[in-house]
Write a protein that binds this ligand. Structure first.
Ligand SMILES: NC(=O)c1ccc[n+]([C@@H]2O[C@H](COP(=O)([O-])OP(=O)(O)OC[C@H]3O[C@@H](n4cnc5c(N)ncnc54)[C@H](OP(=O)(O)O)[C@@H]3O)[C@@H](O)[C@H]2O)c1
Length: 353
């Protein structure tokens, strides 16, 4: 049975999600919400650059609520809980990279109630958080016993991140260290990453302190650094590192870290990615200890192609749709859903062969 999917927002994730729906054998694109007035009324295929699809984008939430669809991939700039609740109440399953990975009973109560009222399911997913930070290390931990420590860590060069406003005004690059340390980034990241750490703690059964320790470090430029937001001058923030840790007897038992650097030169402290370069890394310590490094989601500086972490995020959302539609109403996390995989490409035909 083909499931009918609506794409909510056509930014980086949204565009990749539309393309992923088109490639998925069990899904059909039936609608699309856009924030930008100039995109409303246009064919979605033209918006995402694949040619006409016969599906028209709308900026009306009422139109989406009234439409017949099985699932919405909800990927706007910022989550609006009222919208998500309305989508669930209208009977649409929601898969999203913007939250609800592992909400507590209290923080998830409103959404759970809306989902049950609409006989629908909400699932939060992504890459980090939402994949590399908890789901995949937990899966890997099945190959060890007596686990004492779990780590997930991102090493990314943000010179490929073509979002100057986000880099400057949200992420605090180019600010003074004091300004960056007191800016919005820690709070913005905390919710998702703390849920990721809590999921690992609960699933592994660590007797951890309920308070997750959130800390951050800063590196400044020692010489001018060219970046998508312009030149970062000496003394300005050019590297940020955030850690979220669950502590057992004062020692980290689960740690999720992001390392976001504007290159590996002219930084103080002299942070680098090490010889392995940009990657996501997952480590399990137990019987046995092991480390897994994942490459391919970060673009090379000056390279071609989209940001593959964004494409991976969209794929993770899209591939989850059948399992989420089949799940009982409420909030479904990775701990509730069966194995989710990609799907084989359509067989090549005629001259493609
Ligand atoms: N969990 C993860 O691993 C993960 C990974 C990547 C991204 N994300 C999250 O996924 C979301 C989408 O990311 P993205 O890379 O696609 O972002 P993006 O490229 O900035 O696109 C966001 C889209 O949201 C819409 N939008 C713009 N301003 C808006 C506003 N004020 N209110 C509501 N919608 C607005 C626009 O849609 P239209 O262009 O259609 O008008 C815009 O294109 C973000 O919240 C991001 O943090 C999570």
């Amino acid at each position: 049975m083909t499931l009918r999917v609506v794409q909510w927002a056509t930014g980086g994730v949204g565009v990749a999600a539309v393309k992923a729906v088109l490639e998925h054998p069990d899904l059909e694109l039936v609608g699309c919400w856009v924030h930008s007035p100039e995109k409303a009324g246009r064919d979605v295929g033209e918006i995402v650059g694949v040619g006409p699809l016969g599906v028209t984008a709308t900026d009306s939430i009422d139109e989406i609520l009234a439409s017949e669809a099985d699932a919405v991939i909800y990927a706007p700039l910022m989550a609006n809980p009222d919208e998500v609740a309305a989508l669930l109440r209208s009977g649409k399953n929601v898969v999203t990279p913007v939250g609800w990975l592992y909400p507590s009973a209290r923080s998830g109560a409103t959404m759970r109630e809306a989902a049950i009222a609409g006989n629908a399911t909400l699932h939060g997913t992504g890459i980090a958080p939402g994949g590399i930070s908890e789901k995949f290390p937990l899966m890997l931990s099945a190959m060890s016993t007596g686990v004492t420590f779990l780590r997930a860590e991102e090493f990314s060069d943000l010179r490929t991140y073509e979002a100057p406003d986000v880099l400057r005004h949200v992420m605090g690059f180019g600010d003074t260290p004091d300004k960056a340390l007191t800016g919005p980034m820690q709070k913005l990241l905390d919710t998702g990453f703390i849920q990721a750490v809590r999921m690992c703690v609960d699933q592994l059964g660590f007797a951890a302190d309920p308070k997750i320790r959130a800390t951050q470090e800063i590196a400044v430029a020692t010489a001018p650094i060219a970046s998508p937001m312009g030149t970062i001058e000496p003394g300005q923030v050019a590297g940020r590192r955030f850690h979220w840790e669950a502590l057992v007897d004062g020692e980290p038992a689960v740690r999720v870290t992001v390392n976001w650097l504007m290159g590996e030169e002219n930084l103080d402290p002299a942070w680098t990615f090490g010889p392995e370069g940009q990657r996501y890394e997952m480590e399990v310590r137990g019987n046995p200890d092991f480390t897994v490094s994942v490459k391919g989601f970060q673009s090379e500086v000056g390279g071609e192609g989209p940001e593959y972490g964004v494409v991976g995020t969209a794929a993770h959302c899209v591939n989850s749709v059948p399992a989420v539609c089949a799940a009982p109403p409420g909030i479904a996390t990775y701990l509730d859903l069966p194995l989710i995989s990609g799907k084989a490409a359509a067989p090549k035909t005629g001259t493609d062969r």
